[in-house]
Design a protein around this ligand. Structure first.
Ligand code: OOG
Ligand code: NI
Length: 467
């Protein structure tokens, strides 16, 4: 008899754990950040019993220390294609298309992440994966040199790809194969202090854009950050300097609110690390950092449009990334302008700004056996028969991502890429379409509502509410 297959969720957990250990050993400052996050989470939980209880109910308490995401930057279509196959072994699929050229970063990206609610609950680890857009390098000689260098490298070990092949034909890996796969896959994300190019070529690439040097000069796409979840991002941001860690100027995303929306994130500045270039020249490279995130409710397209509008107005007024003459005002301006965004769960739902997961309450199920219940969703909620919980946003934000890129690439980038988004080329390289995150949240909301209404013996309300 052949050995049984391990679940993809399990492989993802083995992988994220191995990655975390490797990164802590490679970047000691990241270990310091993780300790600070753990301490802050503990203090926050001591002060907020209700938060503790809700994390306990959702089963999140014991997974608080698990990293939420990491990021890599790839150089070619083939690398992206094989990354998709590798991440599929871990139950991670491409969700969303992010065009960063609009923010002067010459990449486009997706996030490989679990999709099913249960898979996200077990281990939400995801990898923001960007692909360099060589066509945005203007200097033709440099562009073809970069393409030549990239075409010659192999970022996955032969054995890793062999195991991916086995996964694809057999539909899974045995425990032993999974462990070997994790070990082999980790090689792709490892740091290499020895560059594959000369100092001279590195400098030319660097002058074109720091990011291009980061992608092209090395043997593989070293993981450039990992990101644990914090329960109080403002507290961690404020405490970083006391632990000898320098945070970026501002927290990306929405301001602090009662009803958290989307995603807030901040990072510490990337480190200068010693590099040995070919011909034994020594130099440094700045790429790797640590980040933290705090997630809120997923917004509907209408909510997202409002978010984008308000954020855009802040950035036009104060300046992007909170640098420049009005930098100090960024937080105050953000808070002020976001007063226009309802900060009350009932209001967010009533105005169709956010996605919710519906459930029948025990009282509702009981009452439905004895009498007819109200015939509208709002009536059922008002009567305490139906409950709506916010759906957590599991994706990324292009403006925030650009801010994270920028702060870790230095702020002196002058390039202005004409923002031609090229999703079709990205998907062709990927060998698949990316999943539409809005459609997924909408589906989750609708399914939960239908199921809840069936439990309340009121399926007709579902048709009315959704039609
Ligand atoms: C990725 C930056 C994007 C985030 O959290 O928005 C990102 C990178 O720097 O390669 O990870
Ligand atoms: Ni990140």
């Amino acid at each position: 008899m052949t050995a049984p297959h391990v679940e993809s969720d399990q492989v993802r957990t083995l992988f994220s754990r191995a990655m975390s250990e490797m990164y802590r050993a490679e970047v000691p400052q990241y270990g310091t950040l993780v300790e600070l996050v753990d301490d802050t989470n503990r203090e926050t939980l001591q002060r907020h019993n209700e938060l503790r209880a809700s994390l306990e109910r959702s089963g999140d308490l014991d997974r608080l220390g698990v990293e939420r995401h990491g990021a890599i930057r790839l150089g070619s279509a083939e690398e992206l294609f094989n990354s998709r196959r590798v991440f599929a072994v871990m139950g991670m699929y491409p969700v969303g298309y992010y065009d960063l050229s609009v923010a002067n970063v010459p990449v486009h990206a997706t996030a490989f992440r679990p999709i099913a609610d249960e898979a996200l609950r077990r281990n939400p680890f995801r990898v923001f994966t960007s692909l360099l857009r060589l066509e945005l390098i203007e200097d033709e000689a440099l562009r073809s040199e970069a393409a030549r260098i990239l075409a010659a490298r192999r970022i996955f070990t032969p054995r890793a790809l062999e195991l991916v092949g086995i996964f694809e034909t057999e539909g899974g890996l045995t425990r032993q194969q999974a462990e070997e796969f994790v070990h082999e896959a980790l090689e792709t994300f490892r740091w290499h202090g020895d560059a594959k190019v000369s100092l001279d070529v590195y400098q030319k690439l660097h002058d074109a854009h720091r990011l291009i040097a980061d992608v092209v000069s090395f043997k593989g796409p070293h993981i450039n950050h990992l990101t644990p979840r914090t329960l109080d991002i403002d507290a961690v941001q404020a405490a970083m300097p006391k632990r000898g860690v320098t945070p970026k100027a501002v927290i990306e995303g929405p301001p602090r609110r009662n009803c958290a929306i989307l995603l807030r994130q901040t990072s510490f500045k990337a480190l200068d690390e010693p590099i040995i270039f070919t011909q034994a020249n020594a130099g440094t490279h700045t790429a790797r950092f640590g980040e933290i995130e705090q997630r809120g409710v997923a917004l509907t397209p209408k909510g997202r449009a409002l978010y984008d509008k308000l954020l855009g107005s802040v950035r036009r007024h104060v300046g992007a990334e909170g640098i420049g003459p009005n930098a100090g005002d960024y937080g105050a301006e953000l808070a002020e302008r976001f007063k226009a965004f309802p900060d009350d769960w009932a209001e967010l739902r009533a105005q169709g700004l956010a996605f919710f997961r519906y459930s029948a309450t025990p009282a509702g199920i009981e009452a439905s056996k004895r009498r007819a219940l109200p015939s509208t969703v709002d009536g059922l909620i008002a009567g305490g028969f139906l409950h709506a919980d916010p759906i957590v946003y599991e994706d990324f934000l292009p403006v925030s991502a650009a801010g994270i890129f920028q702060s870790n690439l230095g702020t002196d980038e002058q390039q202005n890429y004409t923002g031609r988004s090229n999703r079709a080329a990205f998907e062709a390289a990927l060998g698949a379409e990316v999943h539409d995150e809005f459609a997924m949240y909408a589906q989750a909301e609708q399914t939960s509502l239908e199921q809840a209404l069936v439990r309340l013996g009121s399926p007709h309300v579902a048709r009315k509410a959704i039609a």
